[in-house]
Design a protein around this ligand. Structure first.
Ligand code: PSV
Ligand code: MN
Ligand code: MN
Length: 387
């Protein structure tokens, strides 16, 4: 395949990216949710749509669920996923849509509300037992809007206590990943705003608790690849939520806003031994407001694949030699040479050699699937907000 060596192709062959079920439902901004014809009406149809992404790209064998949005008969859903050629993946909890959680869930002052939130997570672990999922992903919408509103220190302590109760219920092969986000929905303080807080909280729990890094959850200008490097170095990077952003938590197609940043992140993943490492789950966390959802997910996984190929093209020996000798410009050039390499023709050729379409987007468009679901499905399900 020309520029891609067999070693690189072997690594690309193993790549697996998990899709979020909520990406297939309608979503929008605070201002408007535009419906898409054929939007899934239930979790089964979301899985069918996700399976299309895998069918055409070979890159997305698992689908993450969100509880309670995806409440179902889980043994039927698991069977349906298998019939469609995919598996159920990470289970996401939801403590952000209930009036009781206005002032917090796992951190709430009131033990009754904390226990309700803990019980929800225990119920999510019950779901994991049924779906065969390994990971429980926790993102918390907790914090405060005004200085003085909340006892930030007490909330950290209560968060740890609550997480300990959840952690204690995990099976031997199950894990908890704690996601951080620097602001929103709270604007003054957030209880898990950054990787350091997530790291401190999960480290106090034990080996089965790790950090989830959502690429859209940092302040502008943050060096995300540095965080990737550090978490891998510490053995605490459990998973990625990939998406891209121009301003805040925009949840746009991965690599759309800043492909170079995606390249830099994946370079550090490779450098830190995180590529195709089962301990580091690659997931998407996106919503599609104005574009078609299935092709939107396809574009995203293909962008991840493309930047992975480019990151694997970095001549690491040359790079290291330039770093050691202090040749700043040579080191940067080695890095940029790989980034600027167009791997798309080689990837297309490689796909064909594996029985996939050279252009998965075009093949899917020609398949008629979107027209079929638009005709068959009436009354779509709202994916609710945020991803
Ligand atoms: C909210 O920001 C959020 O987007 C988090 O990133 C979660 O991963 C996602 O929602 C699903 O709960
Ligand atoms: Mn996320
Ligand atoms: Mn988010």
């Amino acid at each position: 395949m020309g520029i891609l060596s067999q070693d690189i192709l072997d690594q690309l062959e193993k790549q697996a990216i998990e899709l979020p079920s909520w990406a297939f439902g309608n979503s929008g901004t605070r201002f408007k949710v535009f419906g898409t014809p054929g939007t899934p009406r239930d979790p089964f149809e979301k899985i069918s749509d996700a399976a299309q992404v895998h069918k055409y790209t070979g890159l997305a064998p698992t689908v993450a669920l969100h509880i309670p949005w995806d409440m179902s008969n889980f043994s039927d859903l698991r069977k349906h996923a298998e019939d469609e050629g995919v598996e159920l993946g990470t289970i996401n909890s939801n403590t952000f849509q209930d009036d009781d959680y206005k002032f917090g869930a796992l951190t709430h002052e009131d033990a009754t509300i904390r226990n309700k939130a803990i019980d929800h997570h225990l119920a999510c672990i019950d779901v994991m037992d049924e779906t065969g999922s390994r990971d429980l992903k926790i993102w918390l919408a907790e914090g405060s809007n005004y200085p003085g509103q909340a006892d930030m220190r007490g909330r950290q302590d209560r968060l740890q206590e609550s997480l300990q109760k959840i952690y204690a219920r995990l099976g031997d092969d199950q894990r908890l990943v704690l996601e951080y986000k620097f602001f929103e929905p709270s604007f003054y303080h957030t209880d898990v705003p950054d990787w350091g807080t997530s790291y401190a909280q999960v480290s106090a729990l034990g080996d089965k608790a790790l950090v989830c890094l959502d690429t859209g959850h940092h302040a502008p200008g943050t060096n995300i690849e540095f965080i990737v490097m550090q978490l891998l170095r510490l053995g605490k990077l459990g998973s990625f939520d990939f998406n891209s952003r121009f301003y805040a938590d925009d949840d746009l197609i991965v690599g759309a806003a800043d492909p170079f940043q995606l390249f830099r992140i994946i370079f550090e993943v490779v450098r830190g031994g995180g590529l195709n490492n089962p301990d580091v789950q690659f997931m998407l966390d996106q919503c599609h407001n104005v574009e078609d959802k299935i092709p939107g997910q396809m574009r995203s996984v293909l962008n991840v694949q493309e930047m992975t190929a480019r990151a694997l093209l970095v001549d690491t020996e040359k790079l290291r030699a330039a770093q050691v000798s202090g040749d700043v410009l040579a080191a940067n050039q080695v890095f940029m040479d790989a980034f600027y390499t167009d791997v798309r023709p080689a990837l297309a050729e490689w796909r064909e050699s594996r029985g996939l379409a050279a252009d998965p987007m075009a093949a899917f468009a020609a398949s008629g699937y979107l027209e079929k679901i638009a005709a068959d499905r009436v009354g779509g399900q709202q994916a609710s907000w945020g991803a």
